[in-house]
Design a protein around this ligand. Structure first.
Ligand SMILES: [Zn+2]
Ligand SMILES: [Zn+2]
Length: 203
């Protein structure tokens, strides 16, 4: 029989083993950048330009960066005492549909980012240096996704679609239908001319 204390210890050992297996191997993607020349050299700095063909695509439900889109990244990597400070700018085109008229929308997104990649595996840090590399992918994705609109429009004054026949109203200026006659009022149509007079008399 295990005592409670022993049980606690074995659980902690088990969990530790799982965690170390999760962080063991560096998965290299186009977004992983070597910082081997900067690690533990505070004061050293390097700038880099990346042009990445986005491997998977990402975004919100209505607009996003498609797989294969060019992601242009200007990045500055600075060595600090506790890690590598990564700052830069992403330029990319997001694609989606106008929420009013459903035509395709291509929206240039330019957004800045800055994160510290710590040497320590401490939970206090969201990002860490792994095997002398930093992975810009989650940083770039988060920055771009936060900058995406939830209601993209093809142009600010898009009039949307005709609710009756579905034509795009910007393409059909002056488009209208005959006003539908509500059958409940049809019988009173002949009284139209008198209605405004009644109204003014009451005031
Ligand atoms: Zn539109
Ligand atoms: Zn119509």
């Amino acid at each position: 029989m295990l005592t409670l204390a022993e049980l606690g210890n074995s659980r902690m050992l088990g969990r530790g083993a799982v965690e170390s297996s999760l962080v063991s191997h560096l998965k290299k993607t186009p977004y992983t950048v070597s910082v081997v020349d900067l690690v533990h050299r505070p004061g050293e700095m390097r700038e880099k330009v990346l042009d990445i063909s986005e491997p998977e695509g990402f975004g919100n439900a209505v607009i996003g960066v498609k797989q294969g889109s060019n992601v242009h990244i200007d990045v500055r990597l600075e060595s600090l005492h506790d890690g590598i400070l990564v700052s830069g700018t992403v330029d990319v085109d997001a694609e989606g549909e106008c929420v009013r008229c459903l035509t395709d929308v291509s929206l240039p997104v330019e957004v800045e980012f800055q994160e510290l990649f710590a040497y320590s595996e401490d939970e206090a840090f969201d990002y860490t240096v792994h095997e002398d590399h930093v992975d810009l992918e989650p940083v770039v994705r988060d920055a771009v996704v936060l900058a995406l609109p939830f209601q993209p429009v093809c142009q600010a004054d898009c009039l949307g679609l005709c609710p009756q026949c579905g034509v795009r109203l910007l393409d059909n200026p002056g488009h209208q239908h005959e006003a539908p006659v509500d059958p409940r009022w049809a019988a009173l149509a002949g009284l139209d001319a008198e209605v405004p007079q009644d109204d003014t008399e009451k005031r």
